[in-house]
Design a protein around this ligand. Structure first.
Ligand code: HEC
Ligand code: HEC
Length: 199
C-alpha cells in the first residue's frame, strides 16, 4: 500500500514538473527578421558581417545566440556596443532573434589572406586542446556551444583573449575560461586562422 502511494506521488510530481517545464513559446522567425533591422548595419543584411571585428550571426546556434543576448542585456558579457543594443530586448525578442539568425545560411570563410603555416599550427592546436569535443567535428557548434568555423579571424582572436583574461565569462562550467586559459598569443593567432579558413 505504502509502495503504491509512493509511486502515485512520484507520478504526480512528474506530471507537475512536466507542466512547469513546458516548452517555451514557439519563436516567430518573421518577427525576428523585423527586429533584426536594427542589427543589419553591423552584422550584415543576411547576418554575414563584413567588419572583421563584428561576428557573423548567420547559421549560428539558436541557443548560443539567445544566451549571448541575455548576457549582453544583464551586463554579464560587458560590451559598450552590444550592451545598449540588447538593453531593451524582451525575452520574446531574444527568442525570435535567435531563431531568425539561426535560420539564415552560414557564410563561407571570410575573404582574407591565409597563412598556411599558421593554419597548420592551428589545426594541431585544435586537436591537442580538443576544441571539437564541444564545438563538433566541423566546428559548427551545438546548442550553447557556438559555430566557430568561418567566423572573422580578428573577432576570434578577441573572443579567445577575452575568455583568457576573464573579460568575457563563459557559460555552464566555465568551459571556455578553462579552454582558453593555457593559450599563448601565438596559439590564439593560429587557432583563429585555422577556424576562419576552415574547410
Ligand atoms: C553598432 C554595431 C552593432 C549593432 C547595431 C549590433 N551589434 Fe551585435 N555585435 C557588435 C559587436 C562589435 C559585437 C562583438 C562584441 C565583442 O567584441 O565581444 C557584437 C556581438 C553580437 C553577438 C555575439 C555573437 C557571438 O558570436 O558571440 C550577438 C548575438 C549580437 N551581436 C546580436 C545583435 C543583435 C540581435 C543586434 C540587433 C538587435 C545587434 N547585435 C546589433 C556590434 C553591433
Ligand atoms: C568543454 C566544452 C568546450 C571546449 C573544449 C571548447 N569550447 Fe569554445 N565554447 C564552448 C561554449 C559552451 C562556448 C560559449 C560560451 C559563452 O557563453 O560565452 C564557447 C565559445 C567559444 C568561442 C566564442 C565564439 C563566439 O562567436 O563568440 C570561441 C572562439 C571558442 N569557443 C573557441 C574554442 C577553441 C579554439 C577551443 C579549443 C582551444 C574551444 N573553444 C574549446 C565550449 C567549449
Amino acid at each position: 500500500m505504502r509502495k503504491i502511494w509512493a509511486l502515485n506521488t512520484a507520478a504526480l510530481l512528474t506530471v507537475g514538473f512536466c507542466l512547469m517545464s513546458a516548452p517555451a513559446l514557439a519563436a516567430d522567425i518573421a518577427a525576428g527578421q523585423a527586429r533584426a533591422e536594427a542589427c543589419q548595419a553591423c552584422h550584415g543584411a543576411q547576418g554575414i558581417s563584413e567588419n572583421p571585428e563584428i561576428p557573423s550571426l548567420a547559421g549560428q546556434q539558436d541557443k548560443f545566440l539567445q544566451w549571448q543576448l541575455v548576457f549582453f542585456r544583464s551586463g554579464r558579457r560587458a560590451n559598450e556596443i552590444m550592451g545598449p543594443m540588447a538593453a531593451d530586448l524582451t525575452d520574446e525578442d531574444v527568442r525570435n532573434l535567435g531563431a531568425y539568425f539561426a535560420s539564415l545560411p552560414a557564410g563561407p570563410p571570410p575573404a582574407s589572406e591565409v597563412d598556411p603555416a599558421l593554419l597548420q599550427a592551428g589545426e594541431v592546436l585544435a586537436e591537442q586542446h580538443r576544441c571539437a569535443a564541444c564545438h563538433t567535428d566541423t566546428f559548427g557548434g551545438k546548442q550553447a556551444a557556438p559555430a566557430i568555423a568561418h567566423q572573422h579571424r580578428d573577432y576570434l582572436v578577441k573572443a579567445l583573449a577575452d575568455y583568457r583574461s576573464g573579460a568575457r565569462p563563459s557559460t555552464g562550467v566555465a568551459a571556455m575560461t578553462e579552454a582558453a586559459s593555457g593559450l599563448s598569443d601565438s596559439d590564439i593567432a593560429a587557432l583563429a586562422q585555422f577556424l576562419a579558413a576552415y574547410r
